[in-house]
Design a protein around this ligand. Structure first.
Ligand code: ADP
Length: 662
């Protein structure tokens, strides 16, 4: 039956009045929230019965219900409720409401550790608010997106978003999150180890607090920043002082996040000072709060705090396990806590916190004398460091390109100059990375140390056989160290090209490689197939020799021992590029590992099966990228692998030009 127009408008008016009434008083306590949801749901149902559910007011109410669910920590329901109405909101172009939903979703995705989603929905929200010219919530959105970038290891990008968040919160007088953002900036700078800027940021932060009448919410964040800064710069006394200040103040402000941070910093510093039991009380507090707020991010903090204490005070295990029922799931085993943290960081890609977790695992395995496993984690740490470094590098280039687009005038000259400067910086820090990594190879050293200690202290008890075996271990470890340091050194030298570019026939390069590897080639009686005609290339000869030598020696190393080893070196030309390849009929590589093998220190086999450091292919990649090319592998297990790399075709042109000039 059609509802007459007059009645319909009366009903609509009535409904709108009810919505206005219910939205008048914001529910505060949990009971009020639950009651609000119940009443609001009745109104929504009534609206549906009257066929009026798509109106702006009803959608607003539904949005509000979702927001309240979020306050209650029921993220799944919040998400579902928002997605239920998002279609209608978009259809009716209720952009303000859509923007608020984006803000909320970005916040809950962040708490759940869904960082890619946070960035996606947050960026959309930013666009909407900018378009609406209603900038009140922009700061929070910029802050959420920045947070997600930070957790993914994009520090440079995170920082740029944090500064935008700061600008907005200052400009529009949004002091509530001004403190959070100021802290986040310092946190990010500390992760980047940019201590010189950190000091200036502290000054600015203090001025902001003064401008805001010493706002306590801001003060809490200043104390958190101090705790972190002093902890990183190993000033124990100051860390302790601020952790205590923080504890007291967070009791006053009662902010959930404040309390969690206070507990985290207190747990960390007390544990360091060996007041493990006191630390544990704080660690448990984090766990309780994380469960209350259903925040995965905080849960991870809790596992890290608990895991550190359990590792550092292993003798008192039993005491800790009895402290709370919340620990029952770990069945009294430290490793279960650490493994849970590991799963979280890996599944959700908490990039920076991976380092923290791997360090803990390494420590745990060293304590348990499982050096093999400890070594795996020390390598993983270095891989993450390299990965973060890589992101930084790409972000730098990304930022440069952005600037490049804006500065239309003089763009060419400016860009090239800047790129050159940054390239130098990149090379310098790459060398630094290799330098550090080589100093970081503590694992084999630790092993040597432990074995030597056994010989020193327990010489009497060690029989002749064991003695020989231990010496064997020491020699093994030393050998490994020698190989690693040699490879790293070569890798670090790649940045400093000593020879100059010249035109060389590819044939000569392969000839040089053949002669360098003649011993290995003859030993296995391998066949090296080459093209009759090989091109000339414009390169640094020594780099290209190294590139081919790494690939061919890998082909020899990973050969199929049951058949005749055949290695083919060839190339094909396309419009813009020349692709060279080294193909073997060796053991092959699993499809899903084909990308990983180019990462520093990545190796697919046990050391006992194949010697190596995992730097060879990383070096190849670096060489190829210096010429603006790409490198990749294709492979079938047990059939063989092919390594391809491209050089831009202008290499060829240059070659021809030069030949013509001759
Ligand atoms: P490594 O020093 O271990 O040889 P690389 O960086 O050269 O280090 O290679 C990384 C890993 O990639 C190797 O440990 C090996 O597992 C795999 N790999 C490289 N080349 C080949 C190949 N031709 N066939 C099969 N596996 C290979």
């Amino acid at each position: 039956m059609e509802v007459p127009k007059k009645i319909e408008s009366k009903q609509l008016e009535n409904l709108n009045q009810r919505i206005e009434d219910i939205l008048l008083k914001e529910p505060q306590t949990e009971i009020e929230c639950v009651a609000f949801i119940e009443n609001a749901n009745i109104i929504v149902k009534d609206a549906q019965a009257l066929n009026l559910e798509g109106t702006k007011e009803v959608l607003r109410l539904q949005g509000y219900i979702a927001f309240i669910y979020c306050d209650l920590g029921k993220y799944d329901i919040t998400e579902k409720k928002i997605y239920d109405i998002l279609g209608a909101i978009r259809q009716q172009k209720l952009e303000h409401l859509e923007a608020r939903c984006s803000l909320l979703l970005s916040a809950i995705y962040f708490e759940q550790g869904k960082f890619d989603e946070t960035i996606k929905i947050g960026t959309k929200g930013i666009e909407l608010y900018l378009k609406l010219k209603k900038p009140q919530n922009l700061a929070a959105l910029f802050n959420n997106v920045a947070g997600a970038y930070l957790e993914l290891g994009h520090y440079e990008r995170a920082l740029s978003f944090y500064y935008q968040a700061l600008e907005n919160s200052k400009q529009y007088g949004d002091a509530t999150i001004l403190g959070t953002i100021s802290y986040n900036i310092i946190h990010c700078l500390l992760l980047q180890k940019r201590y010189d800027i950190v000091e200036k940021e502290f000054e600015r932060f203090k001025r902001r607090i003064a401008d805001n009448d010493q706002d306590k919410n801001m003060l809490v964040w200043l104390y958190i920043s101090y705790c972190e800064f002093y902890y990183k710069t190993t000033n124990t006394k100051k860390t302790l002082e601020y952790a205590e200040k923080l504890r007291v103040l967070s009791k006053e402000t009662k902010g959930h996040l404040h309390i969690v941070y206070a507990a985290w910093h207190n747990a960390r510093i007390k544990n360091k000072l060996k007041f493990h039991k006191e630390a544990f009380v704080f660690a448990l507090r984090i766990l309780e709060y994380s469960l209350k707020s259903k925040s995965i991010t905080k849960k991870l903090l809790a596992y890290l705090a608990i895991g550190s204490i359990l590792c550092d005070d292993a003798e008192n295990q039993d005491y800790y396990w009895k402290q709370s029922r919340l620990l029952d799931e770990f069945e009294g085993e430290t490793i279960r806590v650490l493994k849970k943290a590991e799963r979280l960081v890996e599944e959700l890609n908490f990039t920076d916190k991976k380092i923290y977790v791997y360090n803990l695992l390494e420590k745990f395995y060293v304590q348990n004398k499982d050096f093999e496993k400890a070594y795996v984690y020390s390598v993983k740490t270095r891989q993450i460091e390299a990965y973060i470094y890589d992101i930084e590098k790409n972000d730098l280039v990304f930022r440069l390109q952005e600037e490049f687009n804006v500065q239309e005038n003089q763009r060419k000259i400016d860009f090239q100059e800047q790129l050159l400067v940054h390239q130098k910086e990149i090379n310098a820090s790459l060398e630094f990375f290799a330098y550090r990594a080589s100093h970081d190879m503590r694992e084999p050293l630790k092993n040597i140390y432990s074995f030597a200690k056994i010989l020193q202290n327990e010489r009497e008890q060690v029989g002749e056989e064991d003695y020989k075996e231990i010496l064997g271990f020491i020699i093994d470890c030393s050998n490994r160290l020698l190989v690693l340091t040699k490879d790293l050194l070569e890798y670090s030298r790649l940045g400093r090209i000593v020879s100059s570019t010249k035109i060389v026939p590819l044939k000569n390069i392969i000839q040089a490689v053949k002669s360098n590897l003649s011993e290995q080639i003859n030993e296995v009686n391998a066949i090296l197939k080459l093209e009759e005609e090989m091109p000339m290339i414009y390169v640094h000869e020594s780099l290209l020799i190294q590139l081919f030598q790494n690939l061919i020696s890998n082909a020899l190393k990973f050969r199929n021992k049951d058949i005749q080893t055949i290695i083919e070196v060839s190339f094909f030309q396309e419009k813009d590029t020349v692709t060279y390849f080294v193909k073997d009929n060796g053991i092959g590589i699993e499809e899903n590992k084909l990308k990983r093998i180019f990462e520093p220190f990545a190796r697919l086999h046990h050391r006992k099966a194949y010697e190596g450091s995992g730097i060879g292919l990383t070096s190849c990649q670096k060489i190829v990228e210096q010429y603006g090319g790409q490198i990749w592998a294709e492979s079938t297990i047990e059939k063989g692998s092919s390594f391809y790399f491209t050089f831009p075709n202008n290499q060829e042109e240059k070659t021809n030009e030069n030949i013509n000039c001759k």
